[in-house]
Design a binder for this molecule. Structure first.
Ligand code: ZN
Length: 248
């Protein structure tokens, strides 16, 4: 769910850039730069790149999870370069020259603007809601860190209990929640105490515990299967098949 969401995010700046270029690049130059910088700093650097690092480093080279992240990153970069080309021409040319793929135009200035594909507003609304849950969980993790209950966020197991409307969204996103929060485990609980109510999102209860199992020496996630394989006793059950497939 994360990859389509981040792709959907870039579609918000596309029509803004088109409109402002049409209105006059001299007058709207700083607006366009601001859209591009915000997307790179907030959506990409502080969020998406942090989340997909694990998949890009640890999943098998041709796995659907890794390929999905690579496709999203490729499409985002292709779109960003075309949007920045009129105002950051030299940088755009340089990035373009490193983009793989056959049949590309010789220059982003010849490639034209990306086509407007339309933004999925329902997906954007679900993403905004998930990000508010992420902010609430991040705050709970920070509190646990300050209380010396965890060090890195991957040391944590997060137990969530949401009100009904939130619960269905969390159920839908369940497989991606550990990656979204950058924790080792996420579980849904019942009957969490009032002390678990998030001060940032009152319809959510969050409890942070130490993750179960041992730390995998390859991906640094905690997992209860670490130690189950005699050949690679330091690896989790996600890394084991990858390492075997790579012939190690
Ligand atoms: Zn692992």
């Amino acid at each position: 769910m994360i990859d389509p969401c981040i792709w959907n995010q870039i579609l918000i700046i596309q029509p803004q850039v088109y409109r402002e270029l049409g209105l006059g690049i001299h007058e709207y130059f700083h607006h366009i730069v601001q859209h591009l910088i915000n997307f790179c700093a907030v959506d990409l650097s502080a969020l998406y790149l942090d989340i997909v690092k694990d998949r890009l480093y640890c999943c098998a080279p041709a796995s659907p999870e890794r390929r999905a992240a690579q496709t999203a990153l490729y499409d985002i970069l292709d779109t960003l370069v075309r949007l920045m080309a009129p105002i950051l021409s030299f940088m755009a040319e340089e990035v373009w020259s490193h983009l793989p793929g056959d049949g590309r135009a010789a220059s982003p200035l010849l490639a034209g603007f990306p086509e407007e594909t339309g933004r999925d507003e329902a997906l954007a609304a679900r993403w905004e809601r998930l990000l508010s849950v992420r902010t609430a969980v991040t705050k709970a993790l920070e509190d646990a860190r300050q209380a010396d209950r965890i060090g890195h966020s991957l040391d944590a197991r997060v137990v969530l209990e949401g009100a009904d409307a939130l619960r269905s969204l969390l159920d839908e996103a369940a497989p991606t929640l550990p990656a979204l929060f950058i924790v080792s485990q996420v579980e849904f609980g019942r009957g969490l105490g009032t002390d678990a109510v998030s001060p940032l999102l009152p319809e959510l209860k969050v409890r942070v515990e130490r993750a179960r199992g041992a730390k995998c020496e390859r991906c640094w996630n905690y997992n209860e299967h670490v130690g189950s394989d005699a050949t690679h006793p330091g690896l989790c059950d996600r890394c084991l098949p990858v390492v075997h497939a790579l012939g190690a």
